[in-house]
Design a protein around this ligand. Structure first.
Ligand code: CAA
Length: 304
């Protein structure tokens, strides 16, 4: 267990590794660096990690333009962020590791196996998974008591909520530490004591996005009407399709597939969403959406 107790004192934390520089990864790196921590952001290629870095530059410039942070703070934030392409380079002297790679159980497990090789014995490992089992993920590394869910929302810089999820092996100290860390980076943590698929937010949100798609797929309503209903009836800040576009349709589909696998057929993604993913048309992160194209036949509701 080594220096395990030491890391539980927040003031000792200096370096945070963020694995994944995609939509969530680079947004998380930005939030953590703004809060004053040194951040090393990792992705699998130079191109991907650079794209993530440019996303941070864009976001910081926006915040400066809107008067939400000073130019000085923006520059200091950038100075605290470095990028790497190896897991060793990211993890080997980090106090906290935040994993934000794509939502695939097997992929995450592969990365955790690699992380374990270089993991300092004082470090805490936090997963930004939006739905996958924290218990199952934690069992890949040799210190599952130091593993916890820390789920941010998109865009991380704007969204105040963080779900802190305890797995079966997460120690009380790790859970408390993750909660304190969420507060330290200016977020509002909610405790999720039961590690169940989709936790709280995605158990509610992804079925909502899916139902919106089913209404269109079954020709019961048009996108414009659903968007107006979501905004002006349900009071959501964005329409359901606009939100899928922002979150990433691929992310929504992965979560729904996992919910289907663990909770039942009724959670299966609507073919309209699956089709978008098959086309690589997953939302604003890849550019402008094309209009939905139907394939003959399609899948029946709940089918695979
Ligand atoms: N960094 C900096 N600026 C950003 C930004 C970012 N990452 N993202 C958007 N902005 C900018 C926009 O470009 C826009 O700038 P312009 O006016 O120059 O175009 C500006 O912010 C918008 O500012 P507003 O004041 O109009 O809006 P806002 O800041 O009050 O709200 C919002 C923006 C927070 C995104 C709001 O629309 C919202 O809450 N949307 C819903 C988001 C949501 O529900 N996210 C959760 C999704 S679920 C999830 O993420 C989990 C999962 O696992 C699937």
């Amino acid at each position: 267990m080594g220096n395990y107790r030491q890391i539980m004192e927040m003031e000792r934390v200096t370096k945070v590794a963020v694995l994944g520089a995609g939509n969530m990864g680079h947004g998380i790196a930005e939030v953590v660096a703004i809060a004053g921590f040194t951040v090393v952001m990792r992705d699998i290629t130079e191109e991907l990690v650079q794209k993530g870095y440019e996303g941070i530059v864009w976001s910081l410039n926006k915040l400066v333009e809107k008067g939400q942070i000073s130019e000085k703070k923006s520059k200091e934030t950038l100075d605290r962020i470095t990028t790497v392409v190896t897991i060793e380079g990211a993890v080997s002297d980090a106090d906290i590791i935040i994993e934000a790679i794509p939502e695939r159980m097997e992929l995450k497990k592969e990365v955790y196996k690699e992380v374990e090789k270089y993991l300092p014995d004082r470090a805490v490992v936090l997963s930004n998974t939006s739905s996958l089992s924290i218990t199952e993920l934690s069992e890949v590394i040799g210190c599952p008591d130091r593993f916890c869910g820390l789920h941010f929302f998109n865009p991380p810089i704007k969204m105040p909520l963080i779900e802190v999820i305890s797995g079966d092996h997460t120690s009380k100290e790790t859970f408390e530490f993750a909660t304190q860390f969420a507060k330290k980076i200016g977020k509002f943590p909610v405790s999720v004591y039961k590690d169940s698929p989709g936790f709280i937010v995605n158990r509610i949100l992804t079925p909502l996005l899916n139902e919106a798609a089913w209404i269109v797929y079954e020709k019961r309503g048009k996108i414009q009407e659903i968007e107006s209903s979501a905004k002006y009836g349900l009071g959501l800040p964005m329409g359901a399709f606009e939100l899928s576009d922002q979150v990433g349709i691929d992310v929504a589909v992965h979560v729904l597939e996992y919910l289907r696998e663990r909770l039942g057929e009724e959670y299966g993604p609507c073919p309209l969403l699956v089709e978008k993913v098959d086309e690589g048309n997953v939302g604003r992160k890849v550019g402008k959406l094309r209009s939905p194209r139907r394939r003959g036949g399609g899948r029946s509701r709940g089918g695979s």
